[in-house]
Design a protein around this ligand. Structure first.
Ligand SMILES: Cc1cc2nc3c(=O)[nH]c(=O)nc-3n(C[C@H](O)[C@H](O)[C@H](O)COP(=O)(O)OP(=O)(O)OC[C@H]3O[C@@H](n4cnc5c(N)ncnc54)[C@H](O)[C@@H]3O)c2cc1C
Ligand SMILES: *[C@@H]1O[C@H](CO)[C@@H](O)[C@H](O)[C@H]1NC(C)=O
Ligand SMILES: *[C@@H]1O[C@H](CO)[C@@H](O)[C@H](O)[C@H]1NC(C)=O
Ligand SMILES: *[C@@H]1O[C@H](CO)[C@@H](O)[C@H](O)[C@H]1NC(C)=O
Length: 539
């Protein structure tokens, strides 16, 4: 990509953006043209119910309803020109066709949990497709499978499974408001990972709208594209309407526990040992380790917490850990036996006894500003390494590390089996997390810099060449693209996908050569071909 071409691109887009802003301030021609196009495409005269333009009084509330990071909820955040809210599959096809025809980018949002807001923010003129209304879950117990529409949340999925069976579950994320749409296509990590792998390992069919507006199932899309949406992220290839997933078996009774240690109580030894035990113990046991800066007796320190889910009873896990992990000193009075669905609520930090129906509630109550980053650890961090980390964390501010165990079945699945590449050889994944409530832009700089500092400090302990990262823990610091060249895409592509980046580029080249489905971290086609759509309708 030559400098002059990319410079031309930026100037061009700036001009386009400027002329759009002027034109819809005057008369909202985008809305008018979109209504006309959608109506022709769908074959129905009144499509206004699925079009919320930025002059509609409901625009701010519809947009804000699924923003989960207040950093992208500011008046200065670039907004879509129009939000399209389909309630039928044909509406999605029409949205894809009409956005192209009108020269707008399309961002697809399901649950809106993207940590960098990429499902609803773009610096180019764009429409946002809000999958919210497409949220049905239909369970087929005879086949132990389910069709789930992209706009459903994980909570809705778990709740619907539980209504049909108390011995079935699904391996997916911990936070119930996460959308199925982004989550499954990006991998999907949760407390059943060691026993059953990631969500995408249980995908058996899907329906996707391609760049031509065609609705394709697995047979129609072919095995290459189906492979790509299993971990490669849906947003580069089309709009996923629904997934068919295979459910998994869970016991009637499971056990959870939480043990906290301070540095005076051998926390370093516990953390050191956790690194190998968590990845090698019985795959019925999942353990997360939280490392958090803390203050005790006015002194900055670090708190280590171990949270566990055992697919079995309390006696079973106490016996297992007294053998594998005596340093933890787990006793039965620290364990709580419950139904699997109640463990979902427990991990999501609801009070014990909360009825499962709350998993159906989709309203967003988060109002925090946040930054996340990720890493994979392949060899245990030595004790003195941990001690230097405690020092760094307690001097650095608010950043915590959530360490999530791998191993178990993850060691048995080949890296190329799906586009999600993080398999054998990883002991655990780290999520660096920091949340804050100060609304000013300066706070963003302060806290994101804190997250960067800890991530930088960890370089010597984590995977390298490439340094791996988890797509669903979106982090734009890894790299972004404006030109969608293969080389630019490689910066984040090999971190997120490792060797699978090449095949993802091939699939992209085949299914979306004009790169309609593009965003800051999308998979580029093999040779950059920025399609500049006809914008003459606005002149
Ligand atoms: C509070 C919180 C907790 C989380 N917990 C976990 C966890 O336990 N485990 C885990 O693995 N991850 C977790 N995540 C990360 C989460 O898995 C990702 O952010 C995921 O991509 C969210 O999916 P979504 O549909 O909600 O997001 P969105 O913001 O709607 O979309 C994310 C990306 O997917 C694309 N996309 C969305 N829908 C579609 C579609 N229908 N077709 C094509 N592309 C689409 C978007 O364009 C965007 O690029 C968490 C995130 C948050 C904010
Ligand atoms: C705004 O939303 C309300 C409630 O959903 C709806 O009744 C109303 O028609 C909407 N207004 C417009 C202009 O779309
Ligand atoms: C976004 O802003 C709206 C309106 O100011 C507010 O009601 C909502 O709670 C905010 N959401 C987040 C996640 O910041
Ligand atoms: C910490 O380790 C020492 C030495 O192994 C042991 O004697 C002590 O009981 C441990 N403390 C706790 C709280 O487990």
């Amino acid at each position: 990509m030559s400098l002059s071409k990319s410079l031309f691109g930026s100037v061009f887009f700036a001009l386009v953006f400027f002329s759009f802003s002027l034109s819809w301030a005057a008369s909202d021609p985008a809305r008018h043209s979109l209504l006309q196009c959608l109506s022709e495409s769908i074959g129905s005269p009144d499509v206004s119910a699925i079009v919320v333009s930025n002059t509609n009084p409901n625009f701010t509330s519809v947009l804000g309803a699924r923003i989960h990071n207040s950093r992208f909820n500011r008046s200065s955040t670039p907004k879509p020109a129009i939000i399209i809210t389909p309630f039928e599959e044909s509406h999605v096809s029409a949205a894809v066709i009409c956005s192209q025809k009108l020269g707008f980018q399309l961002r697809t949002r399901s649950g809106g949990h993207d940590y960098e807001g990429l499902s609803y923010v773009s610096d180019q003129p764009f429409f946002m497709l809000d999958m919210y209304n497409l949220h049905s879950v239909s369970i087929d117990m005879a086949d132990e499978s389910a069709w789930v529409q992209a706009g459903a949340t994980l909570g809705e999925l778990y709740y619907n499974i539980w209504q049909k069976s108390n011995v079935h579950g699904f391996p997916a994320g911990v936070c119930p408001t996460v959308g199925v749409g982004g989550h499954i296509s990006g991998g999907g990590y949760g407390t059943l990972i060691r026993k059953y792998g990631v969500s995408t390992d249980h995908l058996v069919d899907a329906k996707i709208v391609d760049a031509n507006g065609k609705i394709l199932d697995r047979k129609g899309m072919g095995e290459d594209l189906f492979w790509a949406i299993r971990g490669g992220g849906g947003g580069s290839f089309g709009v996923i309407l629904a997934y068919k997933i295979k459910l998994v078996r869970v016991p009637e009774t499971v056990t959870v526990f939480r043990v906290e240690r301070s540095l005076e109580d051998n926390a370093t030894e516990v953390a050191f040992k956790w690194q190998t035990v968590a990845a090698t113990t019985d795959s019925n046991l999942f353990m997360r380790m939280l490392l958090q800066p803390n203050t005790k007796n006015n002194q900055a320190t670090v708190k280590v917490s171990i949270l566990g889910l055992f697919l079995g009873d309390a006696d079973g896990v106490v016996t297992l850990l007294n053998k594998d992990f005596p340093e933890l000193g787990l006793r039965k009075n620290k364990c709580t036996e419950m139904r699997w669905i109640d463990s979902v609520l427990w991990w999501a930090e609801f009070d014990l006894g909360t009825p499962p129906i709350v998993l159906q509630y989709r309203n967003n109550k988060d109002t925090s500003f946040l930054k996340r980053k990720s890493d994979y650890v392949q060899t245990p961090i030595p004790r003195d390494g941990l001690e230097s980390l405690w020092k760094k964390m307690s001097e650095n501010g608010k950043v915590g590390l959530a360490c999530n165990a791998y191993g178990g079945i993850m060691n048995k699945i080949k890296e190329t089996e799906t586009a999600f590449p993080h398999r054998a050889g990883n002991l655990y994944k780290i999520q660096y997390w920091v949340n804050w409530y100060e609304p000013d832009n300066e706070a963003d700089v302060t806290y994101t810099n804190q997250a960067k500092a800890v991530h930088e400090f960890m370089t010597r302990f984590v995977s390298n060449n490439p340094r791996r990262a988890y797509l669903n823990y979106r982090d734009i610091d890894i790299g972004t693209t404006k030109t969608w060249s293969y080389e630019e895409g490689k910066a984040y592509g090999v971190s997120y996908f490792h060797g699978n980046y090449e095949r993802l580029v091939d699939v992209k080249t085949k299914v979306d050569p004009n790169n309609f489905f593009r965003y800051e971290q999308s998979i580029p086609p093999r040779s950059a071909n920025i399609n500049i759509y006809d914008i003459s309708v606005y002149k």
